[in-house]
Design a protein around this ligand. Structure first.
Ligand SMILES: NC(=O)c1ccc[n+]([C@@H]2O[C@H](COP(=O)([O-])OP(=O)(O)OC[C@H]3O[C@@H](n4cnc5c(N)ncnc54)[C@H](OP(=O)(O)O)[C@@H]3O)[C@@H](O)[C@H]2O)c1
Length: 268
């Protein structure tokens, strides 16, 4: 039976706690919610979903999985007390953005680290999480972590940790790009005379249907574009505007900038 400690039970920590319990990966008796914020401690106790403890609690030593879900800037201070209570064989799973595994290894004096990059739809078990593991992790330890992460959606193992910067730019930040595009679809509908709620329904269902089509169908993205854009038609008129304004290049540049920023913010 797994014994899991989640350190930092804010937005993300709580999502993981609830996801693990939903899929019965852990029982609430074997789930430690390690939180330093006293208001949060009270609300976590009221939820009755695990044992609420503080960072230096000796019970952490019984856990085979320890999840780091504090903000990256809080990690250094946390590491001071945590390194004293970690079980030597436990796997430390970090979801802290931009914090490299070698940095976590040396701060905790601990070899077994997994670093994951989730995205916002983990809130509804539809997340995309890419993860990388330190070289010394055994296959069964990697599988264990994958089973945990997949309670929040889809997972992808990456051999090279450095690729997590590109992951951050694509799937990590990605939900914001879709919200941004949706916002302008809805705005455009309103400017063309539709009620906002009508424009909203049209935009949402179009995104949902298009996603399922590319996910279930056989065609390439270019073939799907051609299926909608007949010669001399309405879609072609819109796509011509995108092309004239170099929208494809703008998207590629935007993601490259996000990746560069992820590299700059990396804690090594
Ligand atoms: N939110 C996202 O969409 C997302 C996506 C990918 C990755 N992440 C990563 O997930 C991590 C958590 O993000 P979040 O949005 O869940 O943050 P959050 O809501 O601020 O939660 C972090 C919690 O940890 C507590 N904490 C800080 N130091 C602690 C310590 N030493 N011991 C125990 N608890 C401690 C904080 O208390 P105080 O409030 O008192 O400081 C807070 O309650 C971050 O590293 C972030 O980079 C987030």
């Amino acid at each position: 039976m797994n014994k899991i400690a989640i350190i930092g039970c804010g937005n993300m920590g709580l999502i993981y706690a609830n996801s693990f319990l939903r899929y019965k990966i852990v029982t609430k008796d074997n789930l430690l919610l390690v939180e330093k914020n006293t208001d949060r401690q009270k609300s976590l106790s009221a939820m009755d979903i695990g044992r609420v403890v503080t960072t230096s609690d000796k019970l952490i030593a019984d856990c085979n999985i320890v999840i780091l879900a504090v903000k990256p800037q809080d990690f250094k201070e946390l590491a001071q007390s945590l390194k004293e209570v970690l079980h030597p064989n436990c796997v430390v799973l970090s979801i802290m953005a931009g914090t490299e595994m070698s940095f976590i290894q040396s701060a905790l004096h601990h070899p077994f680290i997994v670093r994951a990059m989730p995205n916002l739809p983990v809130e509804i078990s539809m997340g995309m999480t890419a993860f990388s593991a330190s070289a010394n992790l055994a296959q069964d330890q990697i599988m264990l972590v994958e089973n945990l992460l997949s309670t929040t959606g889809r997972t992808l193992y990456l051999k090279e940790e450095q690729q997590l910067n590109a992951v951050t730019a694509l799937s990590g930040s990605g939900p914001a790009y879709f919200f941004y595009f949706m916002k302008y679809l809805v705005d455009a509908g309103v400017k063309m005379g539709l009620d906002e709620h009508v424009s909203n329904i049209l935009a949402k269902q179009t995104m949902l249907g298009s996603f399922h089509l590319i996910n279930n169908g056989q065609k390439t993205l270019d073939e799907y574009i051609t299926s909608v854009a007949s010669k001399g038609g309405t879609t072609e008129a819109a796509l011509k505007t995108f092309q004239e304004n170099h929208m494809g290049e703008v998207i590629v540049k935007a993601l490259q900038n996000a990746k560069s920023r992820a590299e700059e913010l990396s804690i090594k």
